[in-house]
Design a protein. Structure first.
Length: 214
């Protein structure tokens, strides 16, 4: 899938399970570690996130109110892990990719493990719920519409962000004999999940065709 966002554009991010809400940095907090919540849409800067394309698939989301980025706490791909803002550091904990979910919605998947994505706990429609990382399950809790902010100007952060990403890659070379996490580990997980998704789509299409002919 081609990158579907405008590089450098600010977006409102609306959960399918809570269509009156958007993602927000809680309390307009600018400190590293501040939570991201699902909250009623009011349009302030703590609800606006700049999308910066870093690789062909992956991008960074930067909170306009602080300049900090959307981050997986402790870099752990486990159910219930906190999603927060943090100073940009170029690691997979801050890189995201979109998977089409239909009807203009996307799943926002983590580079740590693309089978884990941003999730609204219990598909809650309430305002103030803290978002989390959770294994992909294709429910409305994990489907989001990204809408360009109508008055936004393009903000190019690539020159600032790319060097730290390249530095992380250089420090984590693709090395099968390395017991520590490497860029190769993340790439292999990503490739395996892309293949699985493609096979799943082919199977679904075949089943649809079979039922059409019956």
């Amino acid at each position: 899938m081609e990158f579907p966002l405008i590089d450098g554009m600010s977006y409102f991010i609306t959960p399918e399970c809570a269509p009156e809400n958007v993602l927000e940095v809680e309390g307009d907090n600018i400190d590293a570690g501040a939570s991201i919540i699902s909250s009623l849409h009011h349009g302030d800067n703590n609800q606006r996130f700049i999308a910066t394309k870093i690789t062909k698939k992956y991008f960074v989301l930067t909170a306009e109110n602080s300049g900090k980025v959307v981050d997986v706490s402790d870099g752990k791909a486990t159910d219930g892990t906190k999603i927060q803002i943090w100073d940009y550091n170029g690691t997979p904990a801050q890189l995201w990719k979109l998977k089409e979910a239909g009807d203009g919605y996307f799943t926002i998947c983590s580079k740590i493990n693309p089978d884990y994505c941003i999730d609204i706990p219990e598909q809650s429609p309430e305002s103030g719920v803290k978002i989390q990382l959770f294994k992909r399950n294709n429910t409305p809790a994990q489907r989001f519409r990204l809408t360009p902010c109508p008055d936004a100007e393009i903000i190019d952060l690539k020159e600032e962000y790319r060097p730290l990403y390249e530095q992380w890659k250089a420090e984590h070379p693709k090395n099968k004999n390395n017991n520590n996490s490497s860029s190769g580990d993340y790439d292999l997980i990503d490739l395996a999940l892309d293949v699985a998704d493609t096979v799943g789509d082919v199977v679904d299409d075949a089943i649809d065709a079979l039922f059409w002919w019956l």
